[in-house]
Design a protein around this ligand. Structure first.
Ligand code: C5P
Length: 247
């Protein structure tokens, strides 16, 4: 991964659209202001690998956020395929798939990449930022989001995963437990509104961009606050400025 010290390199914009035409038009309009674009299940389901190809051609890196969670062999095949797509710099799995699945994914992300060439980095989702303790209990996941996320991050690291997707509330503890080189990517980021309130949408564990960077995030993922803004360029710029002042 090329290291670009500009604050915009920490901003990943989630292209949560269902049409590639719309996503591409949007991506072009903000590509100079952001680091990477995130292609998730919505856009990938409707447009497939062609979405990765066309968005990657803009020159920003791609975070392919398909959160694989299946048996180890199937996940390894999917990660191998994702790693072979040109422009993909980040790819992810669910850490709840367990150690065999995480190890298989970590091996797959390096396989097929020529010696010395850069490979995508593998992330593991700890606990979705839309989940709170009640939703965790509902699905049989014990403990607090913080305790669980740190434990899942440690497990992921042990299995050879490069980093995690976690909420800002857990970033500091994960950094402490997993060290400086472990990547931390935080969604659930909401800039403070002028009223001082924060629009959460369906996110439960939210924080501002500055809080995210101060807590140790390497990248922040922002969707609706930019893609649904009246002026997306201005919204992105405010966030980049906030990242710059927090670094
Ligand atoms: O619109 P918003 O800023 O809430 O978008 C956040 C993005 O990050 C979405 O694309 C969502 O799928 C993704 N994400 C998340 N929580 C995770 C992992 C990914 O919100 N744990």
């Amino acid at each position: 991964m090329t290291f670009d010290a500009h604050p915009r390199s920490s901003l990943i914009v989630a292209l949560d659209f269902d049409s590639l035409t719309t996503a591409l038009k949007f991506a072009k309009s903000v590509s100079d202001l952001v680091g990477m674009f995130k292609i998730g299940s919505q856009l990938f389901t409707s447009a497939g690998p062609e979405a990765v190809k066309q968005i990657a051609a803009l020159g920003n890196g791609i975070f392919l956020d398909l959160k694989y969670h299946d048996i180890p062999n199937t996940v390894a095949g999917a990660v191998l395929g994702a790693a072979a797509m040109s422009g993909v710099q980040l790819v992810n799995v669910h850490s709840l798939g367990g150690s065999a699945m995480l190890r298989a994914a970590a091996q797959a992300v390096s396989a097929g990449v020529p010696m010395g060439a850069d490979r995508p980095r593998l992330l593991a989702v700890t606990i979705l930022t839309s989940m709170d303790q009640k939703t965790m209990r509902e699905t049989g996941i014990g403990g607090s989001p913080l305790t669980r996320a740190v434990k899942l991050a440690q497990l992921s690291k042990k299995c050879g995963v490069d980093g995690v997707v976690a909420s800002v509330q857990e970033a500091r503890a994960i950094r402490k437990a997993c060290g400086r080189d472990f990547l931390i990517v935080t969604p659930g980021v909401r800039p403070a509104e002028k009223s001082g309130e924060r629009k959460k949408d369906d996110q439960e564990r939210t924080a501002t961009p500055a809080q995210a960077i101060k807590a140790g995030s390497d990248y922040i993922v922002v969707g609706r606050p930019i893609i649904a803004a009246e002026d997306p360029r201005a919204a992105a710029q405010v966030i980049v400025d906030e990242i710059a002042s927090a670094k």
